[in-house]
Design a protein around this ligand. Structure first.
Ligand SMILES: [Zn+2]
Length: 263
């Protein structure tokens, strides 16, 4: 009986040791969660089954959690320096991003981000911002920010940065339909609108070699995807940086757990 207990003890001890070594190996590689949000709106403003909208209530809880848990919200430059090995960042670091340039971000997200002194990035669809005439939020989640208002937001919310979500590639299969010349034309138009930019979040997270070649040629340095739903690592290419889709309501414990998971 004593012999058996000894063997069980050794097996349990060995499994524990293996587990600890595995955890140490998994967490050794530095990773940063790049969070991808879209619309933030009040419950009654969200259309049923909209998969790209977080309620204001949920967003507030998530930002409060990040603050209370001591997360550092990186600027794009800090993220780039971390990504390229020029800077270390705390284990609890995130890059907060919003896709599309939606007016709900200005109405609801920006004041909360400001309250906590958080940095965040908004990836704008150039053409939609150019077309937008929306002066005020009216509860319509399909509204985009207006270009002249963005200039005001920049002053009021200096911790919010704006980068590209393309000028006119925000439709299914655009990466395959457009020629290199058309893509270059889009980049030019985006720059005429926003000035020089060097970071893009691919529309729908879709990219191919042709897009990357054009972006490199035009002086871009990073491209964010959405496909793998994983944390960003230094090992992956700067042109296919993973993000985690958080554009839907989830219990706070799931949000917290997702940030702690090693992938
Ligand atoms: Zn988008």
């Amino acid at each position: 009986m004593k012999g058996k207990l000894k063997i069980v003890g050794i097996v349990v001890g060995a499994l524990f040791l293996i587990g600890m070594i595995a955890i140490a190996i998994i967490y050794r590689e530095p990773k940063v969660a790049v969070l991808s949000y879209h619309n933030i709106a009040k419950k009654e403003e969200i259309k049923k089954d909209d998969p790209w909208c977080v309620t204001l209530e949920c967003f507030e809880k998530e930002m409060k959690y990040l603050h209370d848990a001591g997360y550092k919200t990186l600027t794009m430059q800090e993220f780039y320096e971390w990504k390229t090995g020029k800077r270390e960042v705390p284990f609890r670091s995130v890059l907060i991003t919003f896709d599309d340039g939606l007016l709900s971000n200005a109405e609801y997200a920006m004041p909360i981000l400001k309250k906590y002194g958080f940095n965040a990035t908004i990836f704008c669809i150039g053409k939609e911002v150019e077309k937008s005439t929306a002066e005020k939020w009216n509860g319509d989640c399909s509204l985009y920010m207006k270009k002249s208002k963005i200039e005001e937001y920049k002053k009021e919310y200096p911790n919010i940065e704006f980068y590209s979500h393309s000028y006119n590639m925000h439709y299914e299969n655009a990466v395959n339909c457009l020629t290199k010349e058309q893509m270059k034309e889009g980049i030019k138009k985006y720059e005429e609108l926003f000035g020089k930019t060097d970071v893009i979040a691919y529309p729908f997270g879709k990219y191919n070699d042709k897009v990357i070649e054009v972006l490199k040629e035009k002086g871009y340095k990073m491209g964010f995807t959405l496909a793998d739903n994983k944390k960003a690592t230094r090992g992956e290419s700067n042109w296919t940086i993973n993000r985690i889709n958080v554009s839907y309501d989830k219990p706070l414990y799931k949000f917290a757990l997702r940030l702690l998971l090693p992938y």
